[in-house]
Design a protein around this ligand. Structure first.
Ligand code: HEC
Ligand code: HEC
Ligand code: HEC
Length: 466
């Protein structure tokens, strides 16, 4: 054996070893790669499902799937272990004679088969805390329990209206079945339109009856014929058409605070400084043009819902704009959450502008801010929304309706540079294929050495036979 042959054999061996080694690694890695691919699919499904849950289910089943009142929890051991088909059918077809609507497109609902599978995956293996955060970040946290209590004194008063008994029945049903979506006093919410609205009131009775009986296919508005008798439904129609006669506050707003996440607070801070600081001061201290917000008396007497209402509707006839036209509910709720954080440390009297914010500003401005602060403190009692909200309410219905538009991330004012919400970023990361690189390298190296060995031995054989 000459030197050349030894080198050939060694090279051949080395090449073979490399191939075996690379293949071995690849084979060893294959199950975990498949697992990861499946994991990625599941992750994507859960990601979609959390948004579906926020949009369609949270209003009845709660922020974290904990259930609300008579609506059962979805975060439940029994459902996690329920056979896939049974759970699928429950969601697809709904539960007859209950408020649980059918969700599948085949049954007139809004969801595709795949979306229902995603929801089953969420119920069986999702993370409910993460889901709750998603619901909050989308501004879809239920602020009204599915069932509320009508104000007994005002319900009594309704009894004295013509055919008052029918209206009383309808108010009872509304508070039990409709309020979570259509809002207190029929004023609408982020997920469903106002019913206490001249445009709806003027609709013909048949049309309203049809909507309530059969629902509007493909929307959250399910048909109620399973739950309500024809008499109940005609009472609902009467209530809607005569809502202007019904006193405000019959179905009052419960004081539920808007939940927050780190992300929603950060969004609120950003939106506040971009849109509100120029009038209300960077720390809410107030400026000559607008009253302070960061004041104990104001914050402690104003509920989150009242804050949301002031910001959404503005204060007509003043410089305070209606932000509902420019911001989504999620964005306004994020601002409310951010402002609410001030309450713990809010001064009794507004801090002069510039003290906390470092920047300062001309002294005349500070004095002026101080003056408005005290002036405002004096008028505070009349300005508190507890008294303001009922008087604002009647004019509210029409202007609330536009805010019903679905959440549009594209419309976000100050959040563009973040590159979208973190869940989207997360997904973008998981779909990258970083772990593949070393395997490609190993295969390429093995391939090259094989080729090299073959060529080398080919050349040497040629030499031999020449
Ligand atoms: C309008 C209110 C409402 C909405 C919206 C709603 N549900 Fe329900 N859901 C209910 C009620 C009420 C029940 C209980 C029915 C019963 O008594 O059997 C229920 C029951 C269920 C059950 C069976 C629970 C069990 O323990 O047997 C599942 C699963 C379920 N809902 C999933 C969903 C999903 C997923 C969505 C969103 C796509 C959703 N629901 C939206 C009201 C609602
Ligand atoms: C789970 C949420 C939800 C519940 C509960 C709900 N609705 Fe609706 N409703 C909606 C949505 C969403 C729409 C808008 C549908 C569309 O876009 O066509 C709607 C539309 C309507 C309309 C049509 C309004 C119009 O402009 O023509 C009427 C009437 C109505 N609902 C009555 C009721 C009554 C009465 C109840 C209680 C018995 C009720 N809804 C319960 C979500 C809900
Ligand atoms: C162009 C100036 C301006 C801008 C911008 C502005 N506001 Fe106002 N805001 C006002 C004025 C003026 C009032 C007082 C209205 C009144 O007289 O009742 C007010 C009132 C308020 C109140 C009620 C305070 C009270 O004491 O009753 C809140 C809450 C509020 N604004 C929040 C906000 C938020 C949040 C933003 C940003 C999204 C914002 N405002 C942007 C001018 C402004």
């Amino acid at each position: 054996m000459n030197k050349h042959q030894t080198i050939e054999i060694l090279l051949g061996l080395l090449g073979t070893l490399l191939i075996v080694f690379a293949l071995g690694l690849y084979i060893l890695n294959e199950p975990s790669r498949l697992e990861q691919a499946q994991g990625d699919i599941l992750q994507a499904q859960l990601n979609d499902a959390m948004t579906l849950y926020a949009e369609s289910c949270a209003v009845c089943h709660g922020l974290n799937g904990e259930g609300i009142g008579a609506t059962p929890p979805l975060d439940s051991g029994a459902l996690r272990t329920m056979p896939f088909d049974d759970l699928y059918k429950t969601i697809a077809r709904g539960r007859f004679d209950t408020a649980m609507p059918a969700w599948s497109k085949d049954d007139g609902g809004p969801l595709s088969d795949y979306q229902i599978e995603e929801l089953v995956a969420l119920i069986q293996s999702g993370d409910w805390n993460e889901t709750g955060d998603r619901v909050v970040n989308l501004g879809l946290a239920p602020l009204i329990p599915f069932t509320t209590d009508p104000d007994p004194v005002l319900v009594e008063a309704v009894g004295s209206l013509p055919d008052g008994a029918t209206l009383q029945t309808a108010i009872g049903i509304y508070a039990a079945q409709c309020v979570a979506c259509h809002g207190t006093d029929g004023l609408g919410t982020g997920i469903a339109p106002a019913l206490n609205d001249p445009a709806v009131r003027e609709k013909p009775a048949d049309e309203l009856t049809r909507t309530i009986t059969y629902g509007n296919a493909g929307t959250l508005m399910a048909g109620w014929s399973n739950v309500l008798s024809p008499d109940d439904i005609s009472a609902m129609v009467a209530l809607i058409q005569r809502w202007d006669e019904v006193p405000t506050g019959v179905i009052p707003a419960p004081d539920v605070s808007i939940p927050t996440t780190a992300e929603s607070i950060a969004l609120g801070a950003e939106l506040y400084s971009a849109n509100c600081a120029r009038c209300h001061g960077p720390e809410g201290q107030g400026r000559p043009i607008a009253p302070p917000i960061n004041v104990k008396s104001f914050l402690s007497s104003t509920t989150d819902q009242a804050l949301q209402q002031i910001i959404t509707l503005g204060v007509p006839g003043t410089a305070m704009p209606a932000w509902g036209d420019r911001m989504t509910d999620a964005e306004i709720q994020a601002i409310v959450g951010f402002i609410r954080q001030w309450e713990a440390t809010a001064p009794e009297v507004a801090q002069p502008l510039g003290q906390a914010s470092g920047g300062g500003g001309p002294p005349w401005l500070r004095n002026a801010a101080n003056a408005t602060a005290t002036a405002n403190a004096a008028t505070q009692p009349t300005a508190t929304p507890t008294s303001a909200s009922p008087s604002v309410a009647p004019s509210v219905a029409p202007s609330v309706a536009p805010s019903v538009a679905p959440y549009q991330p594209g419309a976000e004012a100050g959040t563009g540079q973040g590159g979208g919400p973190p869940w989207a970023q997360e997904q973008a990361q998981t779909s990258g294929s970083a772990p593949l690189d070393w395997r490609v390298l190993a295969l390429a190296a093995a391939g090259l050495s094989v080729a090299f060995t073959l060529i080398a031995s080919g050349i040497s054989s040629l030499k031999k036979y020449r």
